[in-house]
Design a protein around this ligand. Sequence first.
Ligand SMILES: Nc1ncnc2c1ncn2[C@@H]1O[C@H](COP(=O)(O)OP(=O)(O)O)[C@@H](O)[C@H]1O
Ligand SMILES: [Mg+2]
Length: 157
Amino acid sequence: MSEFTYETASADETRALGARIAALLEAGDVVLLHGDLGAGKTTITQGIGSGLGTARLAQSPTFSLVVDTPLPNGSVLRHIDLYRLNDLDELEALGFEDLTNDDSAITLVEWPERATGMLPERYLLIELEPSGTDRRSIRLRPFGLGDRFAEELGVGI
Ligand SMILES: Nc1ncnc2c1ncn2[C@@H]1O[C@H](COP(=O)(O)OP(=O)(O)O)[C@@H](O)[C@H]1O
Ligand SMILES: [Mg+2]
């Protein structure tokens, strides 16, 4: 399986990478964002959002675990942040499996490890790791999504 690693030197560079990734996403896709607090999951989400044509997204869904933002093309950008998830019952009550199995939405999930066992089979995994104060190592690993990422992202940022 192909994978691509980028190094960004600022939050804006991470947003720019997000916008490039956005151009490759299709309705029905799920993007899992893996990384510690402050790694840049919400920042790259903002870039993906602006690439998809929404105004910059809020910091993170603060009061709810899920925020849907309509996209200009009629589909929806669904931002799920499981940081405040209490237990798996709550995930079930949320309808997590249906939310991440929705052909009319592009779904981004922060803290996907809190939903182990309920994750979809096909997804783009984005792993973010600090590599200096303002530097982040960002690894993309598409699972079951064909080779559309290879063609566009294979040649450096
Ligand atoms: N290269 C970078 N990429 C992303 N964020 C960065 C980078 N350098 C510094 N930052 C800062 O790190 C923080 C990342 O926060 P956030 O995206 O909310 O993280 P998370 O959602 O993973 O907890 C922001 O304050 C952002 O400005
Ligand atoms: Mg966040």
